[in-house]
Write a protein that binds this ligand. Structure first.
Ligand SMILES: Cc1cc2nc3c(=O)[nH]c(=O)nc-3n(C[C@H](O)[C@H](O)[C@H](O)COP(=O)(O)OP(=O)(O)OC[C@H]3O[C@@H](n4cnc5c(N)ncnc54)[C@H](O)[C@@H]3O)c2cc1C
Length: 377
């Protein structure tokens, strides 16, 4: 286990200031309101405004709409966006993993078609991996595509698909070969399915907060032309592994409640409430440690390594910190606002907190990865 201390290069300071100034202005003019887990809140108009600054797909080559910047520049932009609680879901999956997936494994035609539209904020994509009987155990998925003349026929069912009702396409992980018990990771592929499409049926699912965030999706004989297969048939698992490394390592795994923490600290007042000040101190010290760990993972990734164990550890600790921050603040605010109303941020945080340790891979599974990485299983 290696978590080397890491510092962002000095040149990123200017970028941070620019992003921060942009966000302050946007909040002032009312294009967004800070929210809990803003990266799961969909706003195409906000993403398009961000795109005018060139801050979506920044690491992609310019010829595909990117800025040729480094992963560390992207880290700084991401941190500022998360700290502000801005609504990022319209571009988040394409910026974080679907764009990189197409850049790395897609055809030249796919890169030219999709990446510039992702970078301009015009095209959103959902990601269909989980199924009713295959969440933690992704290799158990049963959605399958069978080869037909010029393409594939897709049949199956996905669940918990975030924002599929808002996106114009979906990247679907499916089996293109039957399950081989000797090698369960063989025979997967990723297909691009435009939304809506004939044979794609979408059922909304309301989450605990009463919001329509995710969906169940049924594919019935959906025809997908060959040109929408990403890479080669059968390469899906390898592609998925590199995607999940990106999905697990980022600052969104400890910053979902950052606006609430800011609101809480701002509400305390100097010397007026010792218990609340102690809680604030605990939260800030935990935040600091999580930030150093996340930075360390980002630094290692930027050197071309793949710190799977470190990323799992960071996500496990980060998401538990997010949950405990809500509990700590609820207790403190409960004391100080007896008879009053909890803030909107606190209410949303309480209702969303159970999902923090599930999305992107449940904590029990991450602990399994950590144990394996430490040679314990
Ligand atoms: C807010 C949110 C958004 C999501 N968005 C998407 C999306 O856009 N696309 C998508 O494809 N999926 C999405 N998901 C699904 C998410 O990836 C799964 O919920 C997650 O992988 C867990 O799978 P599951 O829900 O089937 O739970 P299960 O796998 O059934 O697990 C249930 C519980 O059992 C535990 N468990 C399971 N197996 C083991 C084991 N071997 N050892 C120990 N404990 C175990 C788990 O840790 C968990 O606590 C989203 C989920 C959430 C909460």
């Amino acid at each position: 286990l290696v978590l080397e201390p890491f510092q962002l290069p000095a040149h990123t300071r200017q970028l941070r200031d620019d992003v921060r100034a942009f966000l302050q202005h946007e909040e002032q003019i009312g294009t967004f309101k800070p929210g809990i887990s803003g990266w799961t809140t969909f706003s195409r108009s906000f993403s398009k405004r961000l795109a005018t600054k060139g801050w979506i797909g920044v690491t992609w080559p310019r010829r595909y709409g990117g800025q040729d910047l480094t992963a560390l520049d992207r880290f700084v932009i991401t941190e500022e966006l998360l700290a502000a609680g801005a609504p990022l879901a319209s571009h988040w999956p394409v910026d974080r993993q679907i764009g990189p997936l197409i850049l790395q494994h897609g055809s030249e035609e796919q890169r030219q078609l999709y990446l510039p539209q992702f970078a301009s904020g015009d095209l959103s994509s959902a990601l269909g991996i989980s199924e009713p009987d295959a969440g933690s155990d992704v290799a158990a998925i049963r959605t399958r595509a069978t080869k037909v003349e010029g393409g594939w026929l897709l049949n199956g069912r996905k669940i918990w698909t975030s924002n599929a009702h808002n996106a114009q396409m979906m990247v679907v992980l499916c089996r293109t070969e039957p399950l081989d018990e000797r090698d369960r990771h063989k025979g997967f592929s990723h297909l691009i399915v435009p939304m809506p499409s004939e044979g794609v049926h979408l059922r909304p699912i309301q989450n605990l907060a009463g919001k329509h965030h995710f969906n169940e999706i049924l594919f019935e004989n959906v025809y997908v032309p060959d040109g929408r297969l990403i890479g080669e048939a059968g390469e899906g698992w390898r592609q998925l592994e590199s995607q999940l490394a990106l999905e697990r390592a980022g600052p969104e795994r400890f910053m979902s409640t950052f606006p609430l923490i800011g609101e809480f600290i701002g509400s305390i007042g100097v010397g007026r409430n010792d218990l609340a000040a102690i809680t604030a101190g605990k939260l800030v010290s935990h935040l600091w440690v999580m930030r150093q760990m996340t930075l360390s993972v980002a630094g290692t990734v930027s050197k071309g390594a793949s710190p799977v164990l470190e990323a799992a550890l960071t996500k496990e600790l980060g998401t538990r910190f997010e949950q405990s921050s809500v509990e700590n603040i609820r207790e403190e605010m409960g004391r100080s606002i007896a008879g009053g109303h909890p803030s909107e941020l606190l209410r949303d945080a309480i209702l969303n907190a159970p999902s923090f340790t599930l999305r992107g891979g449940a904590n029990e599974i991450l602990r399994g990865i950590i144990a394996r990485g430490l040679g314990l299983r």
